[in-house]
Design a protein around this ligand. Structure first.
Ligand code: DGY
Length: 319
């Protein structure tokens, strides 16, 4: 099939092969770095299809530069990096890769829950630094997980997968979402208003997409409503949390700790966060397993090929 496609950064197979088989001109950024907006605009001009990543800022200017393009296939479940309204105006399809990263992200959420409560990274650092003084009755005490209340903000697939794992830890479950979730209800979770969830949970885990409505959903006021013994877990999107307010809450002991995989201004993080021993910090690894990234690559490739063939891509996000 004639056509030109662009892949914005090296990605695992099979996406590149699927795209290569569908077009006669596949270009890609062979450098393992995010292109600037200007570079991206230049690269997508004249393309029929683009396979992009969550780190690419696909704003109206980039989409204008790609005028005539059929699809931007985002290799992520989140698509807050794409101006979908502008894409729709320009007749450009936008797709994401839902479903295939649910279990990997839920696993990592649990790594953060257990890791921050039981001070796993701190303990590892103690050992490596030769600071382990020997077992002590007061040494490195942490919080309990089993039997504690888990509050899930956002009732989507990942929240359900996190909740399923929580059953093994005998955790009462709360959730907050605009609509009831039959899946969470079936697991015995109770749907409550946000303030009730914040006040009653021992672990507050975020599973909302980033939007105007969810930006800074967890601000100083929300942190102030949490128990001082509670932990905040974020594997969703960084800007859902006011990171400066979180640093203050961690430093003052307003909350017990935070397990974070995402940041407000990635790859940077707020000043002072790295100095908080009660923060467990991971570099956006939610979907970072070999099989999951291959599945995301395949789905992004399939969405792209469908659009080029004039079919409706399976994971369209344009309204
Ligand atoms: C996504 O797909 O949105 C995840 O953040 C990737 O890890």
């Amino acid at each position: 099939m004639p056509g030109r496609a662009f892949i914005t950064q090296p990605i695992p197979e099979p996406g590149p092969t699927l795209v290569r088989q569908a077009v006669d001109d596949l270009r890609s950024n062979s450098e393992d770095r995010v292109l600037s907006r200007a570079e991206l605009g230049e690269a997508v001009a004249g393309c029929d299809a683009v396979l992009c990543l969550l780190t690419d800022t696909v704003d109206a200017s980039v989409l204008e530069a790609a005028k005539g393009c059929r699809i931007f296939a985002n290799m992520a479940v989140g698509f807050n990096n794409v101006d979908v309204a502008a894409a729709s105006r320009l007749g450009i399809l936008v797709t994401n890769t839902p479903g295939v990263l649910t279990e990997a992200t839920a696993d990592l959420t649990w790594a953060l829950i257990l890791g921050v409560a039981r001070r796993v990274a701190e303990g590892d650092s103690e050992m490596r630094a030769g600071r382990f003084p020997g077992w002590g009755p007061l040494y490195m005490l942490g919080g309990d997980v089993t039997g504690k209340t888990l509050g899930l903000i956002g009732p989507g697939r990942i929240a359900v997968a996190v909740a399923r794992r929580a059953l093994g830890f005998a955790m009462p479950l709360l959730y907050h979402g605009r609509r009831p979730s039959p899946e969470l209800d079936a697991l015995g979770a109770r749907r409550v208003p946000l303030n009730e969830l914040l006040a009653e949970s021992d672990f507050v885990s975020l599973h909302v997409p980033l939007s105007g409505e969810t930006r800074h959903l967890i601000d100083a006021k929300a942190l102030g409503q949490m128990k001082s013994s509670a932990y905040l877990i974020n594997t969703a999107r960084g800007p859902v949390v006011d990171e400066a307010a979180l640093v203050s809450a961690l430093k003052s002991g307003r909350i017990a700790g935070a397990g974070l995989d995402v940041y407000e201004d990635e790859p940077r993080m707020a000043e002072g966060l790295a100095d908080c021993p009660n923060a467990l910090l991971l570099p956006h690894l939610g979907s970072a397993t070999h099989a999951t990234r291959a599945a995301m690559s395949r789905i992004a490739g399939e969405n792209l090929v469908a659009a080029l063939e004039g079919r409706r891509p399976p994971n369209l996000v344009n309204p």
